[in-house]
Design a protein around this ligand. Structure first.
Ligand SMILES: [Zn+2]
Length: 130
């Protein structure tokens, strides 16, 4: 079944974050973490790991803006200096590019943050249900 499951004592952070970035359960890596575009499931449908403890809040949006801004702003300057395209063409390409990259990154970064919280046992991820 889930060969990568860890014992309750050890949760490796970066493998879990990578699983989360792929929008998979941080525990087993095979169950989908999100039920919609951004909705985190209460439980993993494969290993039943509880995922409802997460408090991602504005973190994914913050990271998305940080990454998209730091990628697209220098690229915009480079394209402008190198190719001098028509302003409307430049605007159209970068507007679509920024929106597309943001929509791509947002659910993946949310998965990564939820997985990070899971791996570090934050916000109730550690509490065994009694
Ligand atoms: Zn799972």
């Amino acid at each position: 079944m889930c060969s990568e499951q860890t014992t309750p004592e050890e949760r490796e952070t970066w493998p879990a974050v990578w699983k989360g970035f792929r929008r998979r359960c941080p525990n087993c890596g095979s169950g989908p973490m999100l039920s919609g575009y951004l909705t985190v499931r209460d439980h993993c449908p494969v290993c039943r790991e509880e995922l409802h403890h997460h408090r991602a809040d504005d973190g994914p949006a913050y990271l998305t803006i940080l990454i998209v801004g730091h990628l697209m702003a220098p690229l915009l300057g480079f394209v402008f200096m190198e190719f001098r395209p028509e302003p409307l063409i430049l605007f159209t390409i970068f507007a679509v590019g920024c929106v597309a990259l943001s929509l791509y990154l947002l659910p993946r970064l949310k998965g990564g943050i939820v997985a990070f919280q899971w791996a570090r046992r934050m916000h109730g991820f550690s509490a065994p249900s009694a």
